[in-house]
Design a protein around this ligand. Structure first.
Ligand code: SF4
Ligand code: SF4
Length: 177
């Protein structure tokens, strides 16, 4: 495979739980991606860490292949970026997700909340905005916790030993419903 690797993004925070409990429609059901405030936007990230796995792209076909190798800043236990504020200084390939990016990028994982809202789908019960618990994304088996490995010592020649299909289409753990 002719390939190179690249990485992407993640974010944080959990507001609007109160409106959800009071049966008022929460922002993710009433606003488009473009209409969300910065705080709402950041809170939409479920903290799964899947987009922070290194990927390979076939130069000839454009096909994306997922690996279980975390970006150098990914904490594989918390599934969070270890320096979110300065991430793009350290990892220039990290993509700062915007509504436009969400509408353009083809490889966002099928569980990604940005992608789901883009596609008119709701959030899963395990999403922290719905559950009120940031750990629910891990309990549901959605996040990379326990499955991703740090990139330390892994060279591009070894990448093909780390190919995985679980971040991609058609994959969903039994307890994710
Ligand atoms: S720099 Fe941080 S946010 Fe960007 S891909 Fe790496 S771990 Fe994820
Ligand atoms: S895949 Fe989507 S929801 Fe998961 S960490 Fe990345 S941006 Fe956040």
């Amino acid at each position: 495979m002719n390939a190179f690797y690249f990485t992407s993004l993640q974010s944080a925070a959990y507001p609007d739980r109160q409106s959800y409990k009071m049966k008022k429609k929460p922002f993710w059901e009433t606003k488009t991606l473009e209409e969300m405030s910065d705080t709402e936007w950041e809170s939409l990230c479920d903290g799964c860490g899947r987009c922070c796995l290194n990927k390979l792209e076939d130069w000839e076909t454009g096909e994306i292949y997922w690996t279980d190798i975390g970006c150098e800043l990914l904490d594989c236990e918390t599934c969070r970026c270890r320096d979110y504020a300065n991430r793009q200084d350290i990892v220039p390939d990290c993509i700062r997700l915007t509504p436009e990016q969400v509408r353009t990028i083809t490889w966002l994982p099928p569980t990604c909340a940005y992608r789901r809202i883009r596609d008119g789908q709701g959030l899963h019960p395990w999403h922290p905005l719905v559950s009120g618990d940031p750990q629910s994304v891990h309990r549901a088996g959605i996040s990379v916790r326990g499955r991703a490995v740090p990139d330390t010592g892994i060279t591009p020649e070894n990448y093909e030993d780390h190919l995985v299909d679980w971040p991609d289409e058609g994959w969903e753990p039994e307890n994710s419903k």
